[in-house]
Ligand binder design. Structure first.
Ligand SMILES: Nc1ncnc2c1ncn2[C@@H]1O[C@H](COP(=O)(O)OP(=O)(O)OP(=O)(O)O)[C@@H](O)[C@H]1O
Ligand SMILES: [Mg+2]
Length: 237
């Protein structure tokens, strides 16, 4: 049986007095690609912030690679092997593309086939062309590729992408979906948040739909495709 990499159960998270997650649960097995879906404001990014310890959960368990991480600081959680491609990309604007990638390089001993700058360049040739450009000068698509490359350079056990195709031109989106397919083929465990159900159901193994901070549905891609009502009800499609 596959090993459970991430397991969150009964997570409750608040911003000040406003509670956003009400007992959220989800699991990612090693090698799995899992999608987290839900309409705007339902708590997807807050789920990621809770996993990463950026907004502490006040209740529930969050286990990653066998360790309880709920009260750990973010840098320790990241070091356990989570690479985050955050909503809004958040690349270092005053570092070059090359420096953004090198700055993130880590866990090289622990990885069987570690990521290198050359492999990132093969994945996204644009980043090689732009190597000496400052982060701030990149287009949205280039920033997104850099954010993915940077997360991969940490050789993460789990890669988390929060809206990595948002606001991008169709060709660039396609490039990012192709990159996800390739990562899946490589056995990379991924938790992906996106609004494109068609692409997600083509590529992800399992899905969670959340509504107002609760898991309301979970199932495989076949099950998701077989229930168009579900998509209408919870995703507004
Ligand atoms: N820093 C914050 N302080 C207070 N409330 C917040 C904060 N961040 C998010 N919220 C609120 O928490 C709720 C969930 O937000 P969250 O960003 O997790 O949603 P989401 O599912 O990621 O939405 P989207 O699809 O728009 O990215 C929303 O009502 C939002 O307004
Ligand atoms: Mg969000």
């Amino acid at each position: 049986m596959a090993e459970t990499l991430l397991e969150i159960d009964g997570v409750e998270t608040c911003y000040g007095l406003s509670q956003v997650l009400f007992g959220l649960s989800l699991k990612v097995q090693s090698g799995e690609m899992v999608a987290l879906m839900g309409r705007n404001g339902m708590g997807k990014t807050t789920t990621i912030r809770s996993i990463m310890g950026m907004t502490g959960a006040r209740a529930g368990t969050i286990r990653f690679a066998g360790e309880q991480v709920r009260s750990l600081p973010s840098y320790k959680i990241a070091k356990l092997g989570i690479g985050l491609v955050p909503e809004g990309r958040q690349i270092f604007p005053n570092l070059t593309v090359y420096e953004n990638l090198v700055a993130a390089s880590g866990n090289r001993q622990g990885a069987s086939d570690p990521w290198t700058i050359e492999k990132i360049h093969a994945l996204f040739p644009r980043l090689a062309e732009r190597g000496n450009n400052m982060g701030v000068t990149l287009s949205g698509g280039e920033q997104q590729m850099l954010a993915i490359g940077r997360a991969l350079m940490t050789n993460p056990k789990l890669l988390i992408l929060d809206e990595a195709t948002e606001g991008l031109a169709p060709l660039i989106r396609e490039e990012i979906w192709n990159c996800l397919s390739m990562l899946k083929g490589r056995g990379q465990s991924v938790l992906v948040i996106d609004k494109n159900v068609a692409n997600l159901s083509r590529i992800a193994d399992r899905h969670y739909i959340i509504e107002r901070g609760r898991t309301v549905w979970t199932g495989t891609s076949e099950q998701l495709i077989a229930e168009p009502d579900l998509q209408h009800r919870y995703l507004g499609i």
